[in-house]
Design a binder for this molecule. Structure first.
Ligand SMILES: NC(=O)c1ccc[n+]([C@@H]2O[C@H](COP(=O)([O-])OP(=O)(O)OC[C@H]3O[C@@H](n4cnc5c(N)ncnc54)[C@H](O)[C@@H]3O)[C@@H](O)[C@H]2O)c1
Ligand SMILES: [Zn+2]
Length: 358
């Protein structure tokens, strides 16, 4: 078992990483005394796969518990889902002494966190992430929220979980495309923060893709440690936390331009490769290191080229309307070395045109 701590004063919490922990979460929660009952929130797919096992573990530990489900997919990450779940919790008589438990991917975690932040003005919640993306990214850091027609994640709150339980065994059932989605974020951590981890990824590509247990556990632990370190220093994204947006500036533009047909991880992979090219053209990153990052992304089976049908002018419009654009300024997270990045809004238009033009 590996246990990390996200140090946020009174809002600190543990990240517990252990194969098979799903069957023992009830016993562990019992010692921590976060709540007297737990309502498990899961999407339909994950509830079918792992709901029974988790409920059994909670009941065995003496918890009174219920599972509430919603249809799997990003289209469920909307206010009406929050409203429907809140009504059912109220009907069950949930009170402030009870807690929520998010069992699932990033959609479930974001929904459950937002629900926990707002139900009776705040109840405790626990994350049990089951997709790679959720295990290395969305379950840690306290960003919660839902999408509205005007944009993704526009309505939300910072609200930290009480604990995060990660069982890498559940990744065995994750579709290959979802694994790739998470791997884009994994590569991101190496480039922005940790050269040794980047080299570990280079040396263990096949084992990672095969979900070799010790290797995938090391990957998850390294990513959570980096995310925890960044969040500890900047919980509300005023400064350092923005480095986590590496690959997400152009990535979001490409994703939006595809009307969200291109998966998030694919878009981030393209965005990271584009950020490397911008950094080389700007003269702050050497060509050999850039080629190395782009090769690692491609070796994992992720795309690195701007889609042919994405026009540069259109992508630039998306950059201007991105919610991370401040006062008309588009900020780019650019590598200066493997393991180090800087944030800048100073990119010559001709360099941007050249990189976006493919
Ligand atoms: N809060 C944050 O900091 C943060 C960070 C990054 C992304 N996000 C959000 O996370 C969401 C994306 O997360 P995601 O990719 O996990 O999406 P998701 O929750 O929709 O999960 C992807 C798919 O995988 C399925 N699944 C999950 N675990 C499984 C398992 N073990 N076996 C089989 N199937 C499984 C789900 O049912 C779903 O169909 C987006 O809404 C994004 O905005 C949030
Ligand atoms: Zn992302």
């Amino acid at each position: 078992m590996k246990s990390l701590q996200v140090g946020l004063g009174a809002r600190s919490y543990p990240i517990i990483i252990k194969n098979g922990i799903l069957a023992n979460i009830g016993a562990d929660l019992k010692q921590r005394k976060f709540a007297k009952r737990f309502f498990v929130i899961a999407d339909s797919t994950v509830a079918d796969l792992y709901g029974r096992q988790l409920l059994a573990s909670l009941k065995q530990a003496g918890y009174d518990t219920e599972i509430l489900t919603f249809p799997a997919g990003e289209q469920s990450k909307v206010l009406s889902t929050i409203g429907a779940l809140a009504s059912r919790l109220a009907q069950f008589g949930m009170d402030r002494g009870d807690g929520l438990l998010a069992l699932g991917g990033g959609v479930t975690g974001d929904i459950t966190g937002f629900l926990a932040a707002s139900f009776m003005r705040g109840v405790p919640f626990v994350q049990v992430p089951t997709s790679l993306l959720a295990q290395v990214d969305s379950s840690v850091g306290g960003k919660t929220g839902v999408d509205i027609p005007e944009g993704k994640n526009l309505l939300g709150a910072f609200y930290q979980p009480k604990a995060v339980y990660i069982d890498s065994l559940v990744l065995q059932s994750l579709p290959a495309a979802e694994l790739l989605n998470g791997l884009a974020e994994v590569i991101k951590y190496g480039v922005i923060y940790d050269r040794d981890f980047f080299e570990f990824l280079e040396g263990n590509r096949q084992k990672i893709l095969n979900l070799d247990l010790p290797v995938i556990e090391t990957v998850i632990e390294s990513c959570c440690a980096i995310k925890a370190a960044v969040v500890e220093k900047d919980e509300r994204e005023s400064d350092l936390r923005r480095i986590l947006n590496f690959g997400h500036t152009i990535g979001h533009a490409v994703e939006a331009d595809s009307s969200y047909q291109l998966a998030h991880g694919m878009s981030v992979a393209i965005g990271m490769a584009a950020a490397c090219r911008l950094a080389v053209d700007k003269g702050i990153f050497n060509q050999a290191s850039s080629a190395r990052v782009v090769r690692l992304i491609a070796d994992f089976g992720l795309p690195v080229a701007i889609p042919e049908n994405a026009a540069a002018a259109k992508l630039k419009e998306y950059l201007q309307t991105d919610k991370k654009t401040v006062g008309g300024k588009v900020f780019f997270v650019l590598p200066t070395a493997i393991g180090r990045v800087e944030i800048t809004d100073k990119i010559d238009d001709n360099i941007l045109d050249r990189v976006l033009g493919g």
